[in-house]
Design a protein. Structure first.
Length: 420
């Protein structure tokens, strides 16, 4: 085994008045890299380790999307890699140990497995502190399900890397205020003041479950066969994201989430009466957080190469290879003329994107768009750009209504019966 220290310039910057000192720790992770040469595979393993720990390496992701094609000069690739990593203050490699390298015949590639020590600046820095109070329900029989949805929402908020969840028992007065807002979403702004001096968070996510339907459908295809069983669930829910400082609603939605066999299959869990509620609660939490992320923290393009390869700041926690997206340029905010609250953005459609590679906290894909739109992204994109947002295109199956799903199931039953 070879142990190689990595020396890089690190500038953390000064801590000004009122700033909080950052907690700096090193994390050791094992990562695998693939490349056309042994050295390239080792560098890819280092990049993957950095991205796994920090998830915010824009400069590294830019090199990863462009530099993977530039392997003609070993020296230039190494120089490019080191320069870009040294520009980032968070998540740098202190040292690494080459555990194993091997050449894969047939694929004509090198694989490298490394143990990498990466500098990790406090993960909660930059995250919006959020409180999720107990979910309101129509009756007490729904409370157990509501508690499961609450846990799912909190878990998905934290794993998104954009929010930190604040745990606290509510003061009765504050709880009454929040319940009143949930029950009366059209209250004027002056009546939605939260006691922010005694409630040190930035956002409150208030949720109410309006209705729950959980069932296992069963039918017999043939007297000689066992019955076919398929889980189905439908959840009606309303929720609001409230800014504690301004008392304004950052985002609100009333939705009905319907889940059938395809959604449960994607969850990769065998669903039965015993776990239908738990699995459904997990899916509801994922959908709610995804909608909030699209509204407040949509996935954004962090880099674009000359051959239209782009990187996104969300990875395999949310997306899969082959997922399709629409790309927009976000412009001015749009406000409700009556409540003066923000309701949306002015957005211009630019093109489409298909993911080709996902890492734990980063994704890469190829964008198709008119050349003038691609040129605009290259011209305006910077390390701090957030205007080029992407929205995942739902599959046709997920867009089916309950009636359409019923018709599709009936046709499937009929076709199976005709085969006997």
């Amino acid at each position: 085994m070879k142990i190689r220290p990595v020396f890089m310039l690190l500038v953390l910057g000064f801590i000004g008045p009122g700033s909080e000192a950052l907690e700096i720790v090193y994390k050791t992770v094992e990562s695998v890299g693939e490349g056309k040469t042994e050295s390239e595979a080792i560098r890819w393993a280092q990049i993957n380790a950095v991205q796994e720990v920090t998830g915010s390496m824009n400069a590294v992701s830019e090199w990863a999307s462009e530099g993977y094609e530039k392997t003609s000069s070993r020296t230039s690739v190494k120089s490019n890699y080191e320069i870009k990593i040294s520009k980032e203050a968070a998540g740098l490699i202190r040292s690494y140990e080459v555990v194993d390298t091997s050449y894969v015949k047939g694929k004509e590639v090198w694989l490298a497995r490394l143990s990498v020590s990466v500098l990790d600046v406090d993960k909660s820095a930059g995250r919006k502190s959020t409180f999720v109070p107990a979910i309101l329900t129509k009756n007490t029989t729904q409370q157990a399900f509501a508690d499961q949805v609450t846990r799912s929402i909190k878990s998905n908020l934290v794993s998104s890397r954009k929010f930190s969840v604040f745990e606290r028992q509510l003061d009765p007065a504050i709880k009454a205020e929040i319940d009143s807002i949930i029950e009366n979403p059209m209250l004027p702004l002056s009546d939605k003041i939260i006691a922010k001096n005694t409630f040190p968070v930035e956002l409150i996510l208030a949720v109410k479950i309006e209705g729950i339907t959980l069932k296992i459908r069963e039918w017999t295809l043939s007297p000689n066969l066992l019955p076919v069983r398929a889980p189905e669930s439908s959840i009606s829910i309303s929720y609001q994201v409230i800014d504690v400082v301004t008392s304004k609603i950052e985002f609100q939605d009333v939705a009905t989430f319907e889940f059938g066999q395809q959604e449960f299959n994607e969850y990769q869990v065998r669903v039965s009466e015993g776990n239908l509620a738990v699995v459904t609660a997990g899916l509801v939490g994922e959908r709610i957080v995804q909608k909030i992320l699209d509204a407040i923290y949509p996935a954004v393009i962090t880099s674009i190469s000359d051959n239209n390869q782009v990187s996104l700041n969300f990875g395999s926690e949310f997306y899969n290879d082959g997922d399709e997206f629409e790309v927009y340029r976000r412009g001015d905010r749009i406000y409700d003329p009556y409540t003066k609250e923000f309701i949306s953005w002015d957005e211009q459609f630019l093109g489409k994107l298909v993911l080709t590679r996902t890492l734990p906290k980063l994704s890469f894909g190829r964008m198709e768009a008119p050349e003038e739109n691609l040129a605009r992204i290259r011209e305006e994109l910077s390390d701090r750009s957030r205007q080029f947002v992407v929205y995942k295109v739902p599959t046709r199956e997920k867009g089916l209504s309950a009636k359409s799903r019923e018709e599709k199931i009936d046709k499937l039953k009929q076709s199976i019966e005709e085969s006997f």
